[in-house]
Design a protein around this ligand. Structure first.
Ligand code: ADP
Ligand code: MG
Length: 675
């Protein structure tokens, strides 16, 4: 970055020094945390709104978002109770229309009679332009007359402010050498990438910008993986486990089921690795429900026979509690201790399987587990992982994930990993029958659930249960009030709907992230004990929950979920081998085709491919989709891009490449990480 001058921003410029960022805004940024210009540039829009369609006043169509240039005739503000209402008459060559804003005092001072402005908004049925966005007439607009980025508002920062600051930064970003663009002429350069990401000229350029960032992301992963490999290749100081194979042999037949071939193979690969003094770094990949937990349990058992401890890290507390419960059932002889924040679990020196959320990581140094197992790694934040990276010894590491990524591609990116895959589901599993239910049949759907649950209980003699899942309105803050409000409302609606059934009404329970942890546990325990018929919940049950008697999964506003999430949710039912059902409700006409396709595909890897098809330009206007991974831009199913990244990586390996996503420098003491 040679031509830096003090007017220009560099990627590492602290946000506090950016023009327009006052002390209070800076404090908000720091809390998120967004510290540098680069951090803010990576605060990616959730979607884009098309405000580029121009209209005249006479050609406005009710409820269609349009931008028009018009002159303000008059403007006044009055009060209705506690509300401020500002109205303006505006005109162009084709006519005149009234515009109206609520509680927007700023508008009155902005609009000057006789001046021209751009207005972006839609006319309502009564012919009033409601709450249009207003901007001065100019070429390089920010809020109107273009594809406008929409950001999460959960940070408390106004979108308009964010846009203004981002535009200012992008217009004044200093030019840096772009090695990647120099190597590969087919990609956008970095400044255009960042500009198009926030203020795209058209759909295709959003896709191009994301592609460039995806490529960087993949390259950065490869670079990191190679560095880990180089450090760990030489290591021979992991606890080599003296295998007591006969114990596992006599134990496995006592399990309540036969291990599948995939499970058996994974077990033997794992046991081989932990018997070596070279630290294991293995990823166990298996589709939802393929039975990864028991495989991990068998490895844990061997370590404990060797008088060492094991730590199993789950992404959520609910999942940690569940793992403790199921592993206690499957391995009654195994000493298991649940370590979650707030619990007073004793960190015994006895060989133990410790199970917990990231809180368990803080204890690693003390208990020095010989094997670390990370479940559902793709749900892990970077923070937890760097925490685990600070250990001073070399444990074996097993990571488990349902991310459907082909073996060859996985090895392409993660040079430091060994891979075990479980390709089949336990025998006798039936595909979950999935239907998209039109809104007008909603009540029929509810009625069907009740009668189906009763029917299933009659025929199997076992409890039958349903989940009703409402989406997170803002996925970035799962315990946000608006998320809780949506699910609570659904709960009340269902209570009311079923109330007339009196004694025959199903027993409902409500679960969300705002409830006290102990209450969450009680709710899950009740569900497991069969005391609840229908659990109305946010997607906090999405990953890993194993309630074998659950047979029906209802998903509200299904269009708001990515295919990966839908697949995870659907994987929560029918886990005991019974026929199970998934009902998808959706208001979105646009999403219909995608949901219909989802209903016909049951395999994770096929869904990952489908997911990719829907990530083209068409999707930039939709809700942001969660992918099958924790990648921000890249997608595991994008084989082409991964191939391209691999080629590029080989090209640049010889010299140092400055990447936008620079992997953290590795210390020799770092634990091998899965990704
Ligand atoms: P996942 O791979 O999604 O983590 P789990 O380990 O939670 O799957 O297993 C899903 C369910 O299948 C559990 O109830 C588990 O006890 C059961 N299970 C695991 N292996 C088998 C098997 N070989 N045959 C039948 N059921 C199995
Ligand atoms: Mg699991």
């Amino acid at each position: 970055m040679s031509d830096y001058n003090h007017n220009m921003y560099r990627l590492d410029t602290p946000l506090g020094t950016v023009t327009g960022v006052g002390p209070s805004l800076w404090r908000v940024f720091e809390e998120i945390p967004l510290k540098t210009v680069k951090d803010l540039l990576l605060f990616v829009p959730l979607r884009y709104e098309d405000r580029s369609q121009r209209a005249t006043i006479s050609s406005l169509v009710a409820k269609e978002l349009m931008t028009l240039e018009a002159e303000v005739v008059s403007c006044k503000t009055f009060y209705r109770g506690r509300r401020t209402i500002t109205t303006a008459k505006i005109k162009d060559d084709t006519g005149q229309i009234s515009a109206m804003w609520f509680n927007n005092r700023f508008m009155q001072s902005k609009l000057k009679a006789g001046e021209h402005y751009l207005f972006s908004g839609a006319k309502n049925d009564r012919g009033i332009l409601l709450q249009p966005v207003v901007e001065d007439v100019k070429d390089n607009t920010i809020h109107t007359d273009r594809l406008v980025p929409r950001y999460s508002t959960m940070t408390g920062i106004k979108e308009g402010t964010l846009r203004r600051i981002l535009k200012h930064i992008l217009d004044n970003l200093c030019k840096a050498e772009d090695e990647l663009a120099a190597l590969n002429l087919d990609i956008l350069d970095l400044p255009s990438t960042l500009t198009q990401l926030h203020f795209p000229d058209n759909d295709e350029l959003v896709v191009k910008a994301r592609e460039r960032l995806a490529l960087e992301e993949l390259l950065s992963l490869m670079k990191k993986s190679q560095a880990i490999k180089a450090i760990w290749q030489e290591k021979r100081d992991a606890p080599a486990c003296r295998l007591r194979i006969e114990k596992t042999r006599s134990y496995v037949p006592k399990l309540p089921f036969m291990l599948t071939q995939g499970q058996q193979k994974a077990v033997s690969e794992l046991l081989h690795d932990i018997s070596q003094s070279e630290p294991m770094n293995r990823l166990l990949v298996g589709d939802v429900g393929s039975g990864k937990t028991v495989v991990a349990g068998i490895a844990a058992q061997q370590i404990i026979y060797n008088q060492r401890s094991v730590a199993l890290v789950a992404p959520t507390r609910i999942l940690a509690e569940q793992h403790a419960q199921t592993l206690r059932q499957l391995f009654p002889q195994l000493p298991i201790v649940l370590v979650i924040s707030g619990s007073q679990a004793k960190l015994t020196a006895e060989p133990t399987l410790f199970i917990g959320t990231h809180a368990v990581i803080n204890t690693f140094e003390k208990i020095q587990p010989a094997l670390l197992i990370y479940d559902e790694q793709h749900r892990f934040g970077v923070k937890q992982r760097s925490q685990a990276a600070e250990l001073s010894y070399s444990p074996h590491v097993l990571t488990m994930s349902a991310t459907p990524i082909p073996r060859s591609l996985m090895l392409t990116i993660f040079a430091h990993l060994q891979l075990s895959t479980i390709n089949e589901l336990p025998a006798g599993r039936l595909p979950v029958k999935t239907w998209v239910i039109p809104e007008k049949k909603r009540h029929d759907g509810y009625d069907w659930i009740i009668s189906e649950l009763a029917k299933m209980e009659l025929s199997s003699g076992q409890k039958a249960q349903a989940f009703v899942v409402c989406p997170f309105i803002d996925p970035s803050r799962s315990e946000a009030l608006e998320n809780v409000a949506a699910v609570s409302q659904k709960y009340q609606e269902l209570e009311k709907y079923f109330a007339p059934l009196k004694a025959a009404a199903p027993k409902l329970a409500l679960l969300h992230g705002r409830l006290a942890k102990t209450d969450q546990k009680t709710i899950i325990d009740d569900l497991r004990a069969g005391e609840t018929d229908i659990l109305v919940t946010t997607p906090i049950v999405e990953v890993g929950i194993d309630i074998p008697t659950a047979n029906i999964m209802v998903i509200e506003a299904a269009e708001r979920f990515g295919l990966a999430s839908l697949h995870q949710l659907r994987g929560r039912v029918g886990r005991a081998g019974q026929q199970a059902y998934c009902l998808l409700f959706s208001h979105s006409q646009k999403a219909h085709e995608r949901l219909e396709k989802f209903s016909k595909i049951t395999k994770g890897n096929e869904l990952a491919e489908l997911d990719l098809q829907y990530r083209g330009a068409g999707d930039i206007f939709g809700t942001q989709q969660h992918g099958f991974d924790e990648l921000k831009f890249a997608n595991w199913a994008d084989f082409e891009l991964i191939g391209k990244a691999k080629k590029l990586f080989e090209q640049v390996q010889s010299h140092h490449l400055d990447l936008f996503f620079e992997p953290p420098t590795l210390q020799p003491a770092q634990v091998p990480q899965a990704n």
